[in-house]
Each structure stands twice: as C-alpha cells, then as structure tokens.
Design a protein around this ligand. Structure first.
Ligand code: INI
Length: 178
C-alpha cells in the first residue's frame, strides 16, 4: 500500500526540516555494497515471482551487485519468519525482504497465516537488529494480489526493495547502535 496523494511525503518540506534540527537522518537509496536476501513463499508462486521481479528491478537500478543478492524459498508465508531469522543470524546479508501472498479466498486460516507471518517478521528484525521488510500481500482476492504485483512502480516487491535500501543506509549511520 502506497501513501495516497493527500498523505504522501512532500520532498519540498525536507530542506526546512533539515535546517531546523541538529541531526537529520535519512537513508539514501544507494545499493552498492548492500547485500540483500529475498525470502519468498512458493505458495501462490505465480504472484510471488512477480514480486521478486519487481524487487530485482529496483535493486539493479540502484546498483546492487547480482552476487550480493540471495533468493531463499520457503513453502509459504507462515515459514518466512524462520527463514528470515536464519538469514539474519547467518550474518551474510544486510537486509531481508520477505515476499509472499496470502489470499483470503483460498483459505480458512488466512488470518492466522497472515497475522503470524507479520508478527514473526517483526519479531525477527527486533531480535536480530537486521532489517526485515514485510512484502507479504494480504488480499481478499487473487485479482487484488495480481494488481499489487504488476510490472510497474506500484509493484509491492519493488516498493519493499526501496524500503530495504533506505533501512540499511539509515541504520549504517553513526547515531544507531550496530
Ligand atoms: N501460504 C501462503 O503463503 N499464502 C496463502 O494464501 C496460504 N493459504 O492460503 O493457506 C498459505 N498457506 C501455507 C502456509 O503458509 C504454510 O506453508 C503451511 O501452513 C505449512 O506450515
């Protein structure tokens, strides 16, 4: 979900904010030297592969080396937190992007799978200090999932890749504990 036009961040205010404070911390979208793992659910793989393509496009555009990108497949969204935890503790990546698709129409346990996945992802990033981006679509219909994984700037995987670079470069700054 992107901000609406009414709530979107206005870059024009940035200069004013910078001038008004001592430290202004923001993560630039620099991909060189950033190691990224994509933890992906195979369930609804027709959607998750579209999210992967969106993420890879953004990472390449910002200079991430292909050798610094890892793809790890989990059976479904429920397993993504454990895969993310393993990658984080392995200390070979700087950020993990979880990509999945939980579609209400397909399952009675939608709420459990979606909720546990989100909770687990947050738990992993807080416990390890490695940023874990939540790129799991939670939709009512297949059509909604397909619309959020189009090959354009609205693709959720692409959006999450941008979040990943911003978070890595933000947390690399001196004000943060390493
Ligand atoms: N996993 C998903 O990623 N998306 C779904 O929509 C989904 N549904 O519909 O059930 C789903 N289920 C599998 C789940 O993630 C686990 O892999 C499974 O329960 C085994 O632990």
């Amino acid at each position: 979900m992107t901000s609406s036009d009414a709530t979107e961040f206005d870059p024009a205010v940035e200069e004013r904010l910078r001038e008004g404070v001592g430290q202004y911390l923001v993560g630039p979208l620099e991909g060189r030297g950033v190691r990224v793992a994509l933890a992906c659910g195979r369930f609804n793989g027709g959607v998750t592969t579209r999210l992967i393509d969106g993420a890879l496009d953004l990472l390449r555009e910002h200079g991430v080396d292909r050798n610094d990108i890892t793809i790890a497949w989990a059976p479904g969204a429920f397993e993504l937190p454990l895969v993310a935890r393993g990658l984080a503790l392995g200390e070979k990546v700087d950020v993990i992007i979880t990509l999945g698709a939980v579609i209400r129409g397909d399952t009675g346990h939608y709420d459990v799978v979606a909720g546990e996945c989100a909770r687990g992802v947050q738990d992993v990033q807080l416990a390890t200090g490695v940023p874990v981006v939540f790129g799991v679509l939670t939709t009512d219909t297949v059509d909604q999932a397909l619309r959020r994984s189009l090959p354009d700037h609205t693709n959720k995987g692409r959006e999450c890749a941008q979040t990943a670079l911003e978070m890595v470069n933000l947390l690399r700054q001196g004000a943060f504990a390493s």
